[in-house]
Structures are given as C-alpha cells and as structure tokens.
Design a protein around this ligand. Structure first.
Ligand code: SF4
Length: 242
C-alpha cells in the first residue's frame, strides 16, 4: 500500500510559463519563506493543504496528459517543493521513468543531502533569487540568503541546467546597482541557460486577506517598461540570455 501522502495546494494542467513547452504544474503546500510579494500566501502553512494525495493518484492524473507533455513536461512548484522531500523524490522518480521532462521551481533555501539526492531526478531547476544582498533578501523573505547562494553554486558544480528567476519590485529590490551585482553573480555560473526577469504585479493581494496576513505592498506600482528594459540590458551586458 502506498502510504506516502503529499500535501498539495493545486494543479494546473498545461501551463506555459513555468519552464519549457507545455507543462503540467503541481503546486505543493508549505513554504519557509514569507516573501512580501508572494502571490500564493495560501501555500505557506503545510497543514492547510487543500489536497492530500498519494504519488499513485498524482501520477495517474498527470499521465492523462502524457501526449501533450511530450512537448514540455511537469513543473513542481509551491510553496517550496523541497519541504516535502520524500514525496517530491517519489513523484520525480516516477516521472523520469515515464520519460517526462521535470522542472522544480524553488527558492533554494532548503539545501541539504536529501535535496542533492532529489536533484538526480530533476532536469531543470527554476531558481528564484529574490535579491543578491543579504539585508535586502532578509527584508523581502524573512530568511537568510546564504543557503540559496550555496545551492546555486552546487547546481553549477554538478552542471544542472538552471533558469534564474527574479521578480523586480519597486521599493524592495528595484535598484540597478543591486541588479548588476545579481547579474555579476549569475554570470559566474556556467549552468544558467537563461534569466527570467518578472515585473511585480498586484495579483496576490486578495489571497493575503483570505489568510489574514498583513500585506505591505498595496501601494506598490509595477516597474515601468523602461525600468524592465534597463534591468534586462544589465543582464545582457554580462552575456546572459534574458
Ligand atoms: S518562496 Fe514563493 S511561495 Fe514561498 S513565500 Fe516566497 S514567493 Fe511565496
């Protein structure tokens, strides 16, 4: 009998923004970060999952889309997928057995031996670096930056393909000098295939109300197109695909 149960937030069949091609996206419950711009604060508490599902159940559901997934794959996001290492490993292992491309979207905050083991079954890591300066990172997320940097360096060492993600939030990390420091760091990693710069927007505010958490960014505007372009140009200067 399959006793392993995953705490899951939701599923999205056939998304196009979380990795290459058409993706089946699994949102896992639980996250140790508290990002001020989080769109999914309802994923934070692991004991508040909407779904409790076995790997068998999840696989059966995903495999209904197998034909489409040949043009993409499965992305596991959250929350923080590495909060549930056993479940994550089992799902990824089975997906690899089915020949499906796997991506994991993570903050890189949880980095330990178990995570290293799981990476064997991950084709692509979507690594979300919220800021490159310790103080700013802590202000945005509530946690230390160090594990994420160590994780990024480890992924480089094992030559794991990575897409770096970075959300630009005016008033929090929209500082061109700091963006340049991030580009400089990313350019030292040989395994980064591309950088995705994402503009902050207000989509998640209503969820903060639902979970009764204080949302600090009600008056924050998205970055201008000009500022997004300027940020992109910084990464291009470091010969990064953006
Ligand atoms: S890591 Fe992602 S899910 Fe966790 S708080 Fe930050 S934005 Fe939200």
């Amino acid at each position: 009998m399959d006793k392993l149960i995953g705490e899951l937030h939701s599923f999205e069949s056939l998304g196009t923004v979380d990795g290459p091609g058409l993706r089946f996206v699994i949102f896992m419950q639980g996250c140790p970060l508290r990002c001020k711009f989080c769109h999914n604060p309802d994923t934070w508490k692991i004991n508040e999952a909407k779904y409790h599902r076995s790997p068998d159940f999840v696989l059966e559901h995903v495999l209904k889309y197998k034909n489409f997934l040949k043009r993409g794959g499965v992305t596991i996001t959250g929350g923080e997928p590495f909060m549930q290492p056993e479940f994550l490993k089992e799902i990824l292992k089975r997906l690899k057995k089915e020949g499906i491309h796997t991506a994991v979207d993570t903050s890189g905050y949880i980095f330990n031996e178990k995570v290293k083991e799981i990476l064997e079954y991950v084709d692509l890591v979507l690594l979300d670096i919220k800021a490159i300066r310790e103080k700013t990172y802590k202000n945005i997320t509530g946690v230390e930056l160090k594990p994420t940097i160590e994780f990024a360096k480890y992924l480089d060492k094992i030559d794991k393909p990575v897409w770096i993600r970075h959300v630009l939030v005016p008033g929090l990390n929209m500082d061109f000098e700091m963006i340049e420091e991030l580009a400089d760091f990313v350019s030292t990693l040989k395994n980064v295939e591309k950088v995705e710069l994402l503009p902050f927007h207000q989509m998640g505010e209503h969820k903060w109300k639902q979970v009764e958490e204080k949302y600090e960014l009600s008056n924050t505007e998205p970055p201008s197109d000009e500022d997004m372009e300027k940020a992109k140009d910084i990464f291009k200067k470091y010969e990064l695909k953006v």
